[in-house]
Structures are given as C-alpha cells and as structure tokens.
Design a protein around this ligand. Structure first.
Ligand SMILES: *[C@@H]1O[C@H](CO)[C@@H](O)[C@H](O)[C@H]1NC(C)=O
Ligand SMILES: *[C@@H]1O[C@H](CO)[C@@H](O)[C@H](O)[C@H]1NC(C)=O
Ligand SMILES: *[C@@H]1O[C@H](CO)[C@@H](O)[C@H](O)[C@H]1NC(C)=O
Ligand SMILES: *[C@@H]1O[C@H](CO)[C@@H](O)[C@H](O)[C@H]1NC(C)=O
Ligand SMILES: *[C@@H]1O[C@H](CO)[C@@H](O)[C@H](O)[C@H]1NC(C)=O
Ligand SMILES: *[C@@H]1O[C@H](CO)[C@@H](O)[C@H](O)[C@H]1NC(C)=O
Length: 269
C-alpha cells in the first residue's frame, strides 16, 4: 500500500519536474509575434510579410523555416517569392498574398516554434446603388483575408450577422464567404441610405466599406418619358402653326394681281 503510494507520488513528481524543466528552461528560439498568446503575426495583403525568430542558443545559420511542416524551399506557392535573411533570422515575402497565410515554423536543433500568419481582411461593396421601389435590392460584399467573417450595419440595425425580417444574408457561392450578399425583396423608399459591410478575423483591426443606396419611386421612370412626350407635342404644335401661317401668306401673295407684281419687279430693276 505504502509502496504504491510512494510510486504514485514519485511519478507525479517526475511529471511535474519534467513540465517545470520544459517551461523554465532557457528558450533557445524566440519568435516575434503580434499576438504572443495566440502565436500570430498579422499582415496586409500585397504588402511584405516578415517573420522573425531570435536565436538565443545556437547558430543563426542553422535556422530552418517551414510552412505547414514543409521546408519553405519545397513549397510550390512560395517558389521565387521569398527571401531568408540568415544573419537576422528573418523570413520575408515582399508582396504577400491571401494564400500566404497559415502555420509557419522556425526550427533549430530539434526545437520548433510555430508562427501563424493571418491576412488582415479587406472588404469592398459597390459605392453607389440605384434601385426602383418594389424591386429587389442585392448588395454584394467582396471579402478577402484569412477566414473573414462579415456583418452589416444599416438604418437602425447594427452588426447584423444573420437574416432578420426583410433582410436576407446569403453566402456568395463563388467566394464561399458567409453573409457576403445582402438582399431585400420589395424595396421601399425607406430603405434608402448607407449599408456598411464589416469584415473581421483574428487580426485586431476590422475592415469596412459602405454602399449608398438610392431608391427611386415606382413612377419616377415615367416622368422623363412624359417630358419627352410633352416636348414632341409642343414641337408638333409649333410646326403646325408655322405651316398654317406660311400657307396663309403664300395665299395672300398669290391673291395680289399680276400688275402689282410687275410694279414690284420694275422697282427692283
Ligand atoms: C555558425 O556557423 C557557421 C557556419 O556553419 C560557422 O562559420 C560559425 O563559426 C558558427 N558560429 C557559431 C557562433 O557557432
Ligand atoms: C497543412 O497540413 C495539413 C496536414 O498535413 C493538411 O491537412 C492541411 O491541408 C495543410 N494546410 C495547408 C494550408 O496546406
Ligand atoms: C505547432 O502546431 C502544430 C499544429 O497545430 C502542432 O502539432 C505542434 O505541436 C505545434 N508546435 C509547437 C512547438 O507548439
Ligand atoms: C429607426 O429609429 C427611429 C428612432 O428610434 C424610428 O423613428 C424609426 O421608425 C426607426 N426606423 C425603422 C426602419 O425601424
Ligand atoms: C458583431 O457580432 C459578432 C457576432 O455576434 C461579434 O463577434 C462582433 O464582435 C460584433 N461586432 C461589433 C462591432 O459589435
Ligand atoms: C411590396 O410592398 C408593398 C408596400 O409595402 C406592398 O403593397 C406589396 O404588396 C409588396 N409586394 C410584394 C410582391 O411583396
């Protein structure tokens, strides 16, 4: 009984010691993080992505960079797009793309540290939107970045993340991003205003863009048509009156007797 207890205590102690040794031992590799707790680095699409690992014990020239457990030289999407600055323990992509996100690691003498690269979100909506009362309003929000999640704000609603009442949020089939299309069937004049699409992910800054929606009255399209009709009518009237007058004066002229015409001609000569 006592021996069993002693063994249990000893094994517990050894586990505790092992954990203690691991956590308190000097760190030989120290990556630079934007979010230390989540081991994340955030980057802007089409801007440089820089990862760095400080070597505390060992030699910088032995540092190995991997993406998702594959040495970076062997990753197809990275061919010819990255640089390694050995002396500073840096890995760089000068013009990073969305697909450059993911798990990277720096390794040295069997010690490995993870760095998760997150592409900050970018969202775009068409800035101006005209729609006729009673028709269907569709606002697409294009989003790029690492797993962007979208929400909408408009009118009295803020941070709408699912279909509510007349407002339907759908997934754009091509981009596969949830909530990327806002639809209102049967638009009313009260629906005019600003519609803001917000994208967020693990990066701290949200991205947003706003569409201004103008709703035209159902008969608004009729007015220009009526205007054109009125214009044509007036034009016809003017032509008609003019023609009448001309006919009249021609008639008057032919009424005058030939003698007078001769007189006129003589006067000219
Ligand atoms: C680091 O490695 C290089 C080449 O392998 C060697 O020349 C250099 O002396 C090493 N430095 C240290 C501090 O071990
Ligand atoms: C990373 O590797 C895992 C396991 O090998 C794989 O399931 C995953 O799809 C990979 N991720 C990327 C972005 O290549
Ligand atoms: C790095 O991440 C991978 C996948 O999540 C995990 O299996 C591995 O244990 C991590 N390594 C470290 C040192 O945290
Ligand atoms: C929005 O709020 C204002 C004031 O609280 C209210 O008068 C208006 O009816 C609301 N509009 C909608 C569409 O709910
Ligand atoms: C919007 O809602 C989502 C999910 O409900 C939440 O994660 C996010 O923090 C909210 N954003 C704002 C600005 O309130
Ligand atoms: C559209 O809305 C108007 C006013 O709210 C309503 O009279 C009409 O029946 C609606 N039409 C459809 C197709 O829902």
């Amino acid at each position: 009984m006592e021996a069993k207890f002693l063994a249990a205590a000893l094994s517990f102690l050894s586990i505790f010691l092992a954990i203690y040794a691991q956590s308190s031992g000097p760190e030989s590799l120290v990556p630079k993080y934007d979010n230390v707790e989540k081991q994340m680095v955030f980057y802007t699409i089409r801007s440089p992505l820089t990862l760095s690992c400080e070597v505390k014990i060992g030699n910088y020239s032995d540092l190995i960079w991997k993406k998702n457990d594959t040495v970076v030289n062997e990753v197809k999407t990275l061919i010819g797009r990255f640089r390694i600055i050995k002396a500073e323990g840096k890995f760089m992509i000068d013009k990073a793309d969305v697909f450059d996100d993911g798990r990277y690691s720096c390794e040295l003498n069997g010690v490995s540290k993870n760095i998760t690269a997150i592409a900050k979100p970018i969202v775009r909506v068409p800035s101006n939107h005209g729609v006729v009362e009673g028709e269907k309003l569709t606002i697409p929000c294009t989003a790029v970045g690492s797993q962007p999640r979208l929400s909408w704000s408009f009118g009295n609603y803020t941070n709408v993340t699912e279909s509510t009442g007349r407002y339907v949020l759908k997934k754009d089939e091509s981009s596969n991003v949830e909530n990327s299309v806002l639809i209102i069937e049967n638009v009313t004049l009260d629906d005019r205003g600003d519609y803001k699409c917000t994208g967020h992910n693990a990066a701290p800054e949200d991205a947003h863009d706003t569409a201004t929606v103008r709703v035209k009255g159902k008969f608004a399209a009729l007015w220009p048509f009526l205007g054109i009709c009125a214009e044509v009518l007036i034009l016809c009237l003017i032509i008609l009156i003019y023609e009448k007058r001309r006919n009249k004066s021609e008639l008057e002229e032919s009424d005058t007797d030939p003698q007078e015409q001769k007189k006129k001609r003589r006067n000219y000569d």
